[in-house]
Structure formats: structure tokens, C-alpha cells
Design a protein around this ligand. Sequence first.
Ligand code: SUD
Ligand code: ADP
Length: 287
Amino acid sequence: MSPMLTLPAPAKLNLFLHITGRRDDGYHTLQTLFQFLDFGDSLSFQLDSGTGVRLSPDLPGFDPAENLVVKAANKLRSYIGSPPTGVTIHLDKRIPMGGGLGGGSSDAATTLLALNRLWGLDLHTDELASVGLELGADVPVFVRGHAAWAEGIGEQITPASPVEDWYLVLIPPCTVNTAQIFRHERLTRNSKPIRIAPAFDGNHSDYRNDCEALVCELYPAVEQALQWLRSECGNARLTGTGACIFSRFPTESGALAVLRNRPSGIKGFVAKGLNSSPLHNRLTELL
Ligand SMILES: C[C@@](CO)(OP(=O)(O)O)[C@H](O)COP(=O)(O)OP(=O)(O)OC[C@H]1O[C@@H](n2ccc(N)nc2=O)[C@H](O)[C@@H]1O
Ligand SMILES: Nc1ncnc2c1ncn2[C@@H]1O[C@H](COP(=O)(O)OP(=O)(O)O)[C@@H](O)[C@H]1O
């Protein structure tokens, strides 16, 4: 039996998200600031003597073939032509699905980096990021492993260093469909492009999430949670296309105090913002 490699797949926040246009292929141009969280999924990888990709456990009501972990492993297998071995993967899922926390994309990135290491492929990060982009617009930022400004459809990435504050993340009891939000006629798509500033951290009322108004209109649970969080601590914002919302705090204890007070029926957690991905930190430790 080969040794097992266990790696983290961190969640992300979009500290702001401006939509600046729509391309002919329907994808949207945006400007966003990504930061990782010290909260996420965990994946374990073990090579085996087979040729296929096996994933456990099944996510309830979800076709395993559609899991981005399996898709990432298969995409890498076709990219290299002849996979050296099979692999068995265990996914410990903690990031809420469809929450705007990037769990699927992060799981995919962790799978690409793990198999690059275990199969001894030595593919460059640029190559892994372009394989990842075919799986989703957010995968490259997780592959590169640094907090970043993203432009284009999310694939043009510039490393950034926003303040590593504490965040309270609330999980309203609903799942938002990203494609539904992007195809909606009432989504605003005309934010004026801003210039990237190295010290900028999105913590300003001029910066917002352009999906927020529409998501609140379509998902009252998100609007209620946002109103509550704003009444408690002033700042609160949607991440990605939701449904999760977050508020920033200078201390962990401040965030935990508001979490304890949350309305019944809403889950949440407190986590620290990280500019360096725990996945990359772990891979470096293992070198
Ligand atoms: C907008 C973000 C911000 O982080 O939202 P979240 O998904 O995290 O909430 C992401 O870039 C989303 O990335 P991801 O979830 O990987 O999206 P994809 O699978 O690539 O695309 C899902 C659907 O969203 C639309 N889409 C996505 C990204 C983009 N820049 N323009 C789009 O119009 C497309 O209709 C696409 O079919
Ligand atoms: N391993 C995975 N974890 C989460 N979602 C996945 C996974 N594989 C495929 N998906 C699909 O990707 C969608 C987006 O998931 P996720 O990345 O967690 O949220 P978001 O894009 O809102 O940040 C899910 O609703 C689900 O249909």
C-alpha cells in the first residue's frame, strides 16, 4: 500500500465583487479580491494498483461523476495521456456547497496539486492553473495559492495582500445557483472598472458585491441574514454569488460574540483570513 497524503482545501471569500460586463460567450467580466480562510475541506489521496479514480464518501443526492474532485483527477489523467496508477480519494466535506465559499473549486485544485505530486508529474503551476480553469473560473486562484485580485472572467490573477482579519461567516438556509444569477436579466453588469492598488483590501463602502441585490430579491433568507448582521456590526457582504455572507473583525473574540448571538436556524463559523493557502503551506512542509 502506498502512503496516504492528506491535504487541506481552504474556503475563500470574495472581499468584493464588481461585474464590469458580459462577453459574447455569456461569461461575465468581473473584478474581485480573493482571500483564503483557515476553514475548509480535507482530502486524502492513496495511489492503488488500478487505473481509475475512486471517491468516498458519496455526497447525498449528488452524482459522484459530477464531483469536481473526480472531474479534476480525470482531466489531469487525459492531460498527461497515460495515468501512472489509479487513486482512491477520501473527501471530508465541511464547506457548504453552493455557498460562494468556493469549496468545489478548492477541492479540484487540491486534487490537481496532490496528483501532480503523487504521480511525480512535475507540471508547472501555470499548466495546472490552465487545466483547472477548464473546471471552473475560480480553480486557478486555489492552484496558485495566494490571495489575489482577479479580473477577466476570474482567470487573470495578481497576487494581493489584504489585511488578514477575522471573519464571521453566516450560512443562510438556502443554496444559490451561480448560473441562474449570471443569466438573470436584473443582474447589474455595468460597474466601472477600478485600478488595482497593491494595498487595497476591499474594506470600503465604495466596493460591493454586484450580485447582492439580486440574490437578496430571489432568496429572502439571504436578505434577512444580511439585515441582521448589518444591524449587529455595520459591515456585512455577500461572498461570490452567495448564499454565504460575512463580516470582518479585528479579533476572533469579537467575531465569536456575534456568532453566539445569531438567530436560530442560521449556521455559521469564525475563521481567519489568510493570504497564503494552507494547501501550499502543507505541500512545502512535506518537501
Ligand atoms: C462569481 C464567482 C466568484 O467567486 O462566484 P462563486 O461561484 O464563488 O459564488 C465565481 O467566479 C464563479 O466561478 P465558478 O463557480 O467556478 O463558476 P463556473 O463553474 O466557471 O461557471 C458557472 C456559471 O456561472 C456563469 N459565470 C461564471 C463566471 C463568470 N465570470 N461569468 C459567468 O457568467 C456562467 O454561466 C457559468 O456557466
Ligand atoms: N467537491 C465538491 N464540493 C462542492 N461542490 C461541488 C463539488 N463538486 C461539484 N460541485 C458542484 O459545484 C457547485 C458549486 O460548489 P461550490 O464551489 O462549493 O460553491 P460556490 O461555487 O458557490 O462557491 C455545487 O453546487 C455542486 O453542484
